[in-house]
Write a new protein. Structure first.
Lengths: 486, 178
C-alpha cells in the first residue's frame, strides 16, 4: 500500500500517466507499463494482506471481541476478595489508594468505605476459577477460559479507555485492531466483510455510553479496512437492498455493463484502482445474497437457539449478535467486534448488575461452547471484558438504595478463550482489595501484543507510515504475555 | 441540510434519545457541502471525506463494497439517475444512439467509443423490454425520492434511461476522476 504522502503519490501518478500518455513509444512501452503496474500496486486492496505476513505460524485465524461497554465490576463478578467483606464499611487504607486519582464522580469523595461483593462467589471447574453466581453459565465453562486478573489501563473515562483498548491510543484517529488485522492479513472470504462491528444495549438503557464510529474506524489506514457496522434494525448493512423497480436480473446486467465499461477504461489508462472497483462492485453484489443468508437463523437447530437464551431472535440484542458472530466466524470474517452497553453501575449496582449479567451470561457462554462444538474454537479467539474495572469502595453512601462503584483503571479482569490460549487458567493477581495489581501486570498494550502474536503478527513489525513516522497498534509499548499461550 | 437517511441511525447511536428527520422540499437538493454533521455518527452517504478526528493532508480514495451499495442503491443517487434520465430525454437528441452518446459525454466529458455506446444501447433496449412486461416496476423506480417525475415523458423510456444513467453515475471514471 502506498504511504499517505501527497508528494510521493502525485509523483507516482505522474509517472504512470506520463508513461501511458506517450503513445509514440508504442507497444514496448505498453507492455512495460503493465509490468510496472502489476508489480507496484496490489490488484485487490484489502484482499491479500501484506507480503511477509503472517510473521510466524498463527495459532488463531479470527477474533470475536465481546466488549462490555461501561466496565463490569471485577470484584463482583470474577475477582473474589474476602477482605472486602471483612472490611465492609471501613475506609479503604490510604496506603492502598496511594494517592491514585479517580473520575470526577468520586474524585472529591472523602469517605471511601469498602463495599463488599454484592453477591456470592464460588470456585468452579477443575481449575477452581472464581466466578460469582451472577454468571452461572460462564462459571460452567470456566475450564475453557483464561482469566486475566491483572489487567490495567491508563484511562479513567469510557470513550478514551475503549479507544485505548481498540486502537492503542486514547485519542480518536488511530486504526482500530480489526483494521490493523485486515490491513496486515487480508481477508478470508470474498462474500462478507473482513471486519464487522455490532452493538447492543442493556434492556433498561440505564447507563449507555455512546458507540462512536471511530471504535471500528480505520484511522489513517485506507477506508477499505474500516469495520462494517451491522445495524440492529432494517438492513444489517446500509443500502444493501436494490431500489424499488430494479430486479435482480436488471442489477446483474447493470453490473456486467459496469464491469465491461470499467475494464475498457482500465485497459486504456492502466489504473489498477479500476480493477479494484470492479472487484468491490462484485463483492457488493455477493453481499446482497450472503448478508441476508447470514442473518437467517432458520437453519439453526432448536437446542442451539435455546443455548443463546430467550433474546436470540430479537434483532440487535446481545444474544442475537453473539449468534451472528458465530455465523460470521464460520464464514470467514476475521474480526468481529461486538459491543454491549450498560455496565456503568455508579448508582445501581445492587439493582442492575444482575439483570445485565442475565442478559449476557448465557449468550457469551453459548458462543464459546457453540464454537467448540463446531471445531472453530481451535482457531478463534473469544475475548470478554470491559475498558476498566470498578472501585472496591462505594460511590455515594453505603447502604443507600442507589449505591454503586466508580470507574477503576488500576486493576480489573477480562477473560479470553480459544486459539492458542491456555484454557482453565487464571493469570495475574490483584492485591487483597482488588485495588492494585498484585503480580504479573498486563497492560492494554500487552494484551494487544499478545492478540497479534496469536494471529501470527509481531506487533513491533506491523507498521504504517503516516505524517512522517511509522505507527503501530501498540505504539512503542507492549510485551507478549507468554505464560497464557498454549 | 439533512439528506435522506435510513431510519434508526441516530437513534441507535444515541440510545434512542435523538431521532433524525430528513428535510423536505428544496433543502433536500442543496449541495452536500451543507449537510449537517453529528459528531458521533456522520452522514451515511459520504466517502473520501475527512473523518473529523485527525488532521488529514490528503484523502484516501474509497473503494469498497459499501461505497458500491451506496452509489447504486441510496435514494439520492437513484433520484439523481432519474433526473439525469429526464435531461437525456429532453436534451439528448432524437434517437437512442444520440441520447446515449449525450448522456455519456455529460457524465464523463468525453465521447463514448462505439463499443461503450453499444453496451449501453443494448442495456437500454433490454431494460425497456423488461419494464414493458411489468410497468409497475417502472413506476416504482421512477417514484424513488421525494420529487415527482415529469409525467409527460414516456414511462418506459424514462425508466430505461434511469437504468442507463445509474450505470453512468457508477463508472469509476465518473466517481473518482478529476
Amino acid at each position: 500500500m502506498s504511504d499517505v504522502n501527497p508528494i510521493i503519490d502525485h509523483a507516482r501518478a505522474l509517472t504512470r500517466r506520463a508513461f501511458f500518455g506517450q503513445s509514440a513509444l508504442g507497444v514496448g512501452a505498453a507492455a512495460l507499463g503493465s509490468l510496472f503496474t502489476s508489480e507496484s500496486s496490489p490488484q485487490d486492496p484489502g484482499g491479500n494482506g501484506l507480503p511477509g505476513l503472517p510473521h510466524h505460524a498463527p495459532k488463531a485465524k479470527r477474533v470475536i471481541y465481546l466488549l462490555q461497554n461501561g466496565a463490569p465490576s471485577h470484584v463482583d463478578l470474577f475477582d473474589w476478595k474476602p477482605k472486602l467483606r471483612e472490611m465492609h464499611g471501613i475506609q479503604i487504607p490510604d496506603e492502598i489508594v496511594g494517592g491514585r486519582r479517580f473520575s470526577t464522580m468520586t474524585g472529591g469523595q472523602k469517605a471511601r468505605p469498602v463495599l463488599s461483593e454484592i453477591t456470592k462467589f464460588a470456585r468452579h471447574g477443575e481449575s477452581g476459577a472464581t466466578v460469582s453466581d451472577f454468571l452461572p453459565k460462564t462459571a460452567e465453562i470456566a475450564d475453557k477460559l483464561c482469566f486475566i486478573k491483572s489487567m490495567h489501563t491508563t484511562q479513567v473515562n469510557h470513550a478514551p479507555a475503549i479507544t485505548y483498548f481498540l486502537t492503542g491510543d486514547e485519542r480518536p484517529g488511530r486504526p482500530s485492531m480489526g483494521s490493523w488485522l485486515s490491513y496486515g492479513l487480508g481477508r478470508e472470504t470474498d462474500n462478507l466483510p473482513t471486519f464487522v462491528a455490532m452493538t447492543s444495549l442493556d434492556k433498561e438503557e440505564s447507563c449507555g455510553q455512546i458507540f462512536y464510529d471511530y471504535y471500528w474506524g480505520s484511522g489513517f489506514l485506507p477506508s477499505v479496512y474500516q469495520g462494517v457496522k451491522f445495524r440492529g434494525a432494517g438492513d444489517p448493512v446500509l443500502y444493501l437492498t436494490d431500489p424499488p423497480g430494479i430486479g435482480r436480473k436488471t442489477r446483474r446486467g447493470m453490473l456486467d455493463d459496469l464491469a465491461a465499461l470499467n475494464r475498457e477504461r482500465a485497459r486504456e489508462v492502466g489504473d489498477p484502482e479500476i480493477d479494484t472497483r470492479i472487484a468491490q462492485y462484485e463483492m457488493a453484489y455477493r453481499m446482497q445474497t450472503s448478508v441476508p443468508e447470514l442473518t437467517d437463523f432458520s437453519d439453526e437447530p432448536k437446542h442451539v437457539l435455546e443455548m443463546y437464551g430467550p433474546d436470540v431472535m430479537r434483532k440487535g440484542s446481545f444474544a442475537y449478535n453473539c449468534l451472528v458472530a458465530r455465523r460470521l466466524a464460520e464464514r470467514g470474517t476475521r474480526f468481529i467486534q461486538l459491543m454491549h452497553a450498560g455496565w456503568d453501575q455508579h448508582r445501581n449496582l445492587n439493582t442492575q448488575l444482575k439483570i445485565q449479567c442475565t442478559d449476557t451470561d448465557a449468550p457469551s457462554a453459548a458462543l464459546v461452547k457453540d464454537l467448540e462444538q463446531r471445531g472453530l474454537l481451535d482457531d478463534t479467539i473469544v475475548i470478554w471484558g470491559g475498558e476498566f474495572g470498578r472501585t472496591p469502595f462505594v460511590q455515594g453512601k453505603l447502604g443507600a438504595s442507589n449505591q454503586g462503584r466508580d470507574h477503576h483503571p488500576y486493576v480489573f479482569t477480562i477473560w479470553m478463550a480459544g486459539g492458542g490460549i491456555k484454557p482453565g487458567i487464571t493469570y495475574g493477581e490483584s492485591d487483597e482489595f482488588g485495588f492494585n495489581v498484585g503480580n504479573d501486570p498486563v497492560h492494554v498494550h500487552d494484551f494487544q501484543a499478545t492478540l497479534l502474536h496469536l494471529l501470527g503478527i509481531d506487533h513491533e513489525r506491523l507498521t504504517y507510515r503516516f505524517q512522517g513516522r511509522r505507527y503501530r497498534l501498540t505504539d512503542v509499548h507492549g510485551n507478549v504475555v507468554k505464560p497464557i499461550l498454549a | 441540510m439533512r439528506p435522506y437517511q435510513p431510519a434508526g441511525i441516530w437513534a441507535e447511536a444515541t440510545f434512542g434519545k435523538i431521532r433524525y428527520r430528513a428535510d423536505a422540499g428544496d433543502a433536500l437538493y442543496r449541495r452536500s457541502l451543507y449537510v449537517f454533521w453529528r459528531r458521533i455518527v456522520g452522514p451515511t452517504v459520504f466517502f473520501d471525506n475527512g473523518k473529523r478526528q485527525t488532521c488529514v493532508v490528503k484523502q484516501v480514495r474509497t473503494n469498497s463494497p459499501l461505497h458500491a451499495l451506496t452509489t447504486l442503491n441510496e435514494t439520492a443517487f437513484v433520484e439523481a439517475a432519474r433526473f439525469f434520465a429526464e435531461r437525456v430525454l429532453r436534451e439528448g437528441g432524437d434517437d437512442v444512439a444520440a441520447r446515449i452518446a449525450w448522456a455519456f459525454r455529460t457524465a464523463t466529458s468525453r465521447r463514448p467509443s462505439r463499443q461503450e455506446r453499444d453496451i449501453l444501447v443494448a442495456r437500454w433496449r433490454s431494460a425497456r423490454a423488461d419494464f414493458a412486461r411489468d410497468t409497475k416496476e417502472a413506476n416504482k423506480l421512477l417514484s424513488v425520492g421525494a420529487s415527482p417525475r415529469d409525467a409527460s415523458l414516456d414511462l418506459l423510456d424514462h425508466a430505461a434511461y434511469t437504468v442507463v444513467c445509474s450505470i453512468l453515475l457508477n463508472l469509476d471514471e465518473v466517481l473518482s476522476k478529476p
